[in-house]
Design a binder for this molecule. Sequence first.
Ligand SMILES: [Zn+2]
Length: 254
Amino acid sequence: MQRNLNDIGIVLNLKQAKDANKLLFMFSPERGKLTLNVKGAGKSLSKLAPSLDGGNIIQISYYKGKSDIDLLLEVKLIDDLSNLKSSIRGIPLLLYLLELISLFIQPEMPLSSFFNETVDVIQLLDSNIDLIPPALAYYQLLVLNSFGYTPPLDECALCSRKLLANEKRRAITSEGVGYMCEQHMDELDNTFLIKDNILKVQKYLLKITAQDIQGIALGNDEWKLLLSIQNTWLQNILEKKIISFNMLNLDGSR
Ligand SMILES: [Zn+2]
């Protein structure tokens, strides 16, 4: 079936293809990872290119033909996230979010509620960049949750014993997600120990929407620890390193 279609999406990447064309990778709410051919001939590419910056939220029309890659016809910019892109903290943040999305979504995978929540988080960060630590922790959990890997926060991931207040517990680092109770721990290793207050914040973040993120009290080092643990869990699921995590600027300077 050949036809013209409309969609909205988040630009993940614009790649040079062979010949003068480019390939646009986009997160579409109904089609997941959508790849579109952007014709380089004539004026169309130079006209479209500024709207196709990574992270941009766009409205498009495209032609669905017989080949596997559809053809981009028109782009209308909805939001170019100008605050994030003009900030030293915003650019690596955007790269991390786009890498995460690209690693988890697949072609023809409808994800409309995850898409809407992603747009909410990105636009919230664009309006208030100081929300990076909680918004990022929220988003990591949203990804885990949306793709079926919600970490168990009430029981030990290894033996299912209930996690109790004031006990030692450590985040799982080698495979899977969640926490291990004291009986599996090597006493000499004190990394990734998580206190009750961080666990409580994690449980809270799993219950709220992006609009409720403000006003969660954790220290900067505690946020960094939480972000690092959740990134490790995401990597465990992907069995792959998320390269842009180490480029994040989490120390609060603009
Ligand atoms: Zn256990």
